[in-house]
Every structure is written in structure tokens, then in C-alpha cells.
Design a binder for this molecule. Structure first.
Ligand code: GSH
Length: 311
């Protein structure tokens, strides 16, 4: 198998989720640092326009969204599993909920004025302004709406009290006993809150949650080595995309193999990626595209949460 290359930046919570998944699996990987704001020309040369963080590259195969990255890592190394037998639905559904609802609360709390002052206080005002303008663009055009800081503060104790109660009575060290994707999806928004003194107490007030979070973060990040964006593009150009999954093409809306389509996230960061539809499976969609800098690449998206449209 080609090397795993993660395109990410240190402060991104979803990148932390991916780094922890790599650590949990005990994998080695290359780290390509990307910008937290647009433009990201080296990244979009690979993805075709998808801009969110992180992105996993394996040779000339590009995996968008941590829900699919988790499944790709499971394929790379089945054990320890992220999807324990008999808990596939529970774990994936919980993870999708935490990735949207809990993350949305964490974003509102981290970006409330007192926390912004503590987190970004040392940055020049123009840089803060540019960052906030970028995020306003990220959230335009999709189904996601911003949760007000007031509503996030109002609801946060409910989420944490439920989590604390479950962890106090759980048999085992993790959310559903053994570790699963659910733990990593719940952990990254809490890691984000822990990153600023104003918001850290929102986690620290819950002892069972704090002990569980320390266990999840304790998986670490695996072994990584730095790679430049140019080197990653060279890897893509020099590689041949992997064979398609051994699964029947299944498209309930009648899209056909070879058709020109766009694929875009439906929630936020909805920039469409155009290409030739190569594969539509139960979990995954694959587009082929040619890029002057990345060469011929296969871009992979989760089916869930992404829209397929004819060009
Ligand atoms: N559903 C996506 C969400 C990723 C996401 O929202 N990432 C944030 C950073 S934590 C992002 O892309 N922010 C804008 C950016 O990095 O350009 C996933 O699971 O990967």
C-alpha cells in the first residue's frame, strides 16, 4: 500500500480526530501542513475544490471527510477496529451526531468573544478579521446554521451531564465499552474546548469525562514525518489510483458510471467537485479527475452528507 499522507493543520479539531485515529491504529504517516483559510491551491489541486480539513491522500487516491477517512484507515489496518461487531449502527450514528451537534456547540463556545480574545488575542486584528470572514464563507450555502453562543452555553450542561452519567456507569473505559469511532468523534470537540483557558472549564468540571478524554487523547498520533505539499503532489502524479472497491455499483437516483457529475458536502464547505463518476457504493462515492498539478486522481467522498448532481 502507498504511504498515508494527511493534509491538515495543528489547531483543527477534525484533523485532531484523524491524527488520533492514526494513533489508535498505530499507523505511520506523512504530515502535510495546509492553510486554515482559503485559498489552498495545493490541496484543491488534489481534491478538485473540496476545502475542508483534513484530507487523506494514499498515492493518487484522495479521501475527503473524516467519516470516510476512518473507514479507509479501517481498510488499511482492521485491528484494533473502529467499528466493533454488532455496534456498527450505534457507533456510526453516535459519531455523526457528535461530529455535527457537539462540534457545533464547541465552535460557538470557542468563538464567543471572551474565548476569541484569549485564543487569538496575540494576532493582528486584520488576521482575526480575515479568519472570521473565511469562516462566514465556509458556512454559506449549506444546510448548517450557526448556533448562537448563548444557546450553546444554555445547552452545554445537558450534553456533558449525560456523557458524565454514561461514563460513570459504563463497563469498560470507553463510550460503548471498547474503543470505537464514537469516542474519537466525541473527543475532538472537547479537545478544541480544552485548547483555550476560557472554555477548558466546560470540560474540566466533569471528572469522568476528563478521565475518558485523557484515555482517548492518550492514543496519540502514531509516527509522522513532515512532507511538503509539492512532494505530495509529486506522489499523486507518480501513482496510479487503487483498483475500485469490490462492491456492486449502486445508485438509487439513476446516475451511471462514466457520467460527468459534481459532488459536494450538504452541510457547510459546499464547494462542488466535478469529475467522472467511477463508483457509488454503500458508503462511498468516487470521482475521477485530471489535474495539471496532481495528475489523474480518484477523489473519494462519503455518500452520507454529500450530494451527487449531474453536470
Ligand atoms: N465533516 C468534515 C468536517 C471537517 C471540518 O469541518 N473541518 C474544519 C476544521 S476542524 C474545516 O474544514 N474548517 C475550514 C478549513 O479548514 O478550511 C469531516 O469530518 O472531515
Amino acid at each position: 500500500m502507498s504511504a498515508l499522507i494527511l493534509h491538515h493543520y495543528p489547531t483543527s479539531p477534525f484533523a485532531e480526530k484523524a491524527r488520533l485515529l492514526l494513533g489508535f491504529k498505530g499507523l505511520s504517516w506523512h504530515s502535510v501542513k495546509i492553510s486554515p483559510v482559503m485559498p489552498k491551491p495545493d490541496l484543491t489541486a488534489l481534491t478538485g475544490g473540496y476545502r475542508k480539513t483534513p484530507v487523506l491522500q494514499v498515492g493518487a487516491d484522495i479521501y475527503c471527510d473524516t467519516a470516510l477517512i476512518a473507514r479507509r484507515l479501517e481498510h488499511a489496518k482492521a485491528s484494533p477496529t473502529l467499528f466493533p461487531q454488532g455496534q456498527q449502527m450505534t457507533c456510526a450514528a453516535f459519531a455523526a451526531w457528535a461530529d455535527s451537534v457537539v462540534f457545533q456547540h464547541a465552535v460557538s463556545l470557542v468563538f464567543q468573544p471572551a474565548s476569541v480574545a484569549a485564543r487569538f488575542g496575540q494576532l493582528p486584528p486584520e488576521a482575526i478579521k480575515a479568519f472570521l470572514a473565511d469562516r462566514a464563507g465556509l458556512f454559506s450555502g449549506g444546510s448548517a446554521t450557526r448556533l448562537s453562543a448563548e444557546q450553546a452555553r444554555h445547552q452545554w450542561p445537558v450534553l456533558m451531564a449525560r456523557l458524565e452519567a454514561q461514563l460513570l456507569h459504563e463497563e469498560g473505559d470507553f463510550l460503548f465499552g471498547e474503543p470505537s469511532i464514537a469516542d474519537f468523534a466525541m473527543a475532538h470537540p472537547l479537545w478544541f474546548l480544552k485548547g483555550t483557558p476560557v472554555t477548558a472549564p466546560l470540560v474540566d468540571a466533569y471528572p469522568a469525562v476528563s478521565a475518558w478524554l485523557a484515555r482517548v487523547l492518550g492514543f496519540g498520533h502514531g509516527a509522522s514525518s513532515e512532507m511538503t505539499a509539492e512532494e505530495a503532489l509529486q506522489v499523486a502524479r507518480d501513482s496510479t489510483p487503487a483498483p475500485l472497491p469490490d462492491e456492486v455499483f449502486s445508485e438509487p437516483n439513476g446516475f451511471k458510471v462514466g457520467q460527468q457529475v459534481t459532488i459536494a458536502a450538504t452541510d457547510y464547505g459546499v464547494d462542488p467537485v466535478q469529475g467522472e463518476l467511477l463508483f457509488a457504493g454503500c458508503e462511498e462515492l468516487i470521482l475521477r479527475r485530471e489535474d495539471p498539478r496532481g495528475g489523474r486522481v480518484h477523489v473519494h467522498f462519503p455518500r452520507y452528507g454529500f450530494a451527487l448532481q449531474a453536470c
